[in-house]
Design a protein around this ligand. Structure first.
Ligand SMILES: Cc1cc2nc3c(=O)[nH]c(=O)nc-3n(C[C@H](O)[C@H](O)[C@H](O)COP(=O)(O)OP(=O)(O)OC[C@H]3O[C@@H](n4cnc5c(N)ncnc54)[C@H](O)[C@@H]3O)c2cc1C
Length: 320
């Protein structure tokens, strides 16, 4: 019966959506295989939400060391937690923090570390699925150590409310007196205060149909009006029109917002791989036969240069 520990990432008391997705999946697995789901959080208490998404126990450690992220201190704390509680699996989001923290914990515990996973199954042992060769194919990996640390791609798992007991417990992170070799002195958000793609509830994405980098502002204006994040197809990222951080798809970010508006995007399979779990998909494309319409809930067969300004104006009017 596997016990799965899920790291609940927080910065400034704000929790990452991927944490609830991992809890949902862990609960689904333990529902069938037995075992417990443990939420573990450093520097904040996620009890209410963690219980909602399936945590049987919620472990928190409070310490001034957890005000800012520090891989040495946070890595030591999570390694100490795993040594004390002995989970079979430790899941972390494949976020900037998780990609740093997961290998740190695995190195301290000398255990298997698998990054960027998109699938998990349990039958006598774990099988972890992850993309390889820039997303051209998938590989199934079976960790061989009693504990495995696994990084999960944001939005790879579906969010599902399935309440657990959520018993709150504190633990001694064992970092008092540790003097890290490096300290964080300042941190700056690269998105300039904009909504992060993998966390966004609404995304407006642009593709080669926008014709040139100067027109990406049409995407950004609609996104701003909706309080949404701005995404992109790989075609316009490769062309250098927008930064890679905006790319949605197999080799970009996997997203699952409530609303995804694809503008001038044909709907190649590699793009769909990153956004087809969106709850509602709207496509604007002048070609009625574009594959994006096969997955769209609402399709607008029209020129985006006419649709986007009008739509943006209407959204601003309604919202004001
Ligand atoms: C290994 C691999 C990984 C990949 N990973 C990704 C990935 O992560 N993400 C990704 O997006 N792609 C990825 N691709 C690329 C993918 O195959 C497509 O080439 C890419 O998604 C196409 O981008 P696009 O839809 O913007 O461009 P196009 O396919 O050129 O489509 C442009 C669309 O705009 C429409 N259009 C043109 N003008 C207008 C207008 N005025 N108004 C409205 N519509 C208009 C056209 O009808 C057309 O449908 C990958 C490819 C490979 C081989």
């Amino acid at each position: 019966m596997p016990n799965i520990a899920v790291f609940i990432e927080q910065r400034g008391g704000r929790f990452k959506k991927v944490a609830w997705q991992m809890l949902s999946e862990a609960k689904r697995i333990t529902g069938a295989a037995g075992g417990e789901v443990w939420a573990v959080c450093l520097g904040a208490d996620p009890s209410a939400e963690a219980a909602r998404y399936g945590a049987d126990k919620v472990f928190t450690a409070a310490d001034d060391a957890f005000t800012d992220y520090n891989s040495e201190l946070w890595g030591a704390a999570l390694a100490n937690f795993c040594t004390a509680t002995k989970p079979d699996l430790l899941l972390l989001g494949s976020t900037a923090m998780g990609k740093d923290l997961g290998p740190t914990v695995a190195a301290k515990l000398d255990c298997a570390c698998i990054s960027d996973a998109v699938g998990l199954t349990f039958a006598d042992g774990w099988t972890v699925r992850r993309p390889i060769f820039a997303g051209k194919c998938y590989i199934d990996v079976e960790p061989q150590t009693p504990l495995a640390v696994v990084g999960i791609r944001p939005n790879a798992f579906v969010l599902a409310e399935n309440p657990g007991a959520g018993t709150a417990e504190t633990f001694d992170a064992g970092v008092a007196g540790l003097d890290p070799g490096a300290k964080v002195t300042r941190s700056e958000a690269s998105a300039g205060g904009k909504v992060e793609l993998t966390e966004a509830e609404i995304i407006v994405s642009g593709g080669r149909g926008i014709k040139g980098p100067e027109n990406y502002q049409l995407i950004e204006k609609l996104a701003d009006a909706l309080g949404a994040a701005a995404g992109a197809s790989r075609a316009i990222v490769d062309a250098g029109w927008v930064e890679y951080s905006h790319q949605v798809g197999q080799t970009g970010k996997t997203v699952a917002p409530n609303l995804y508006i694809a503008c001038g995007i044909s709907g190649a399979i590699q793009h769909l791989a990153g956004m087809s779990s969106s709850k509602c998909i709207v496509a604007v494309n002048k070609d009625a036969n574009a594959p994006i319409f096969k997955v769209a809930d609402y399709g607008v067969v029209a020129d985006l240069f006419q649709v986007l300004p009008a739509l943006t104006e209407e959204v601003i009017r309604i919202r004001s």
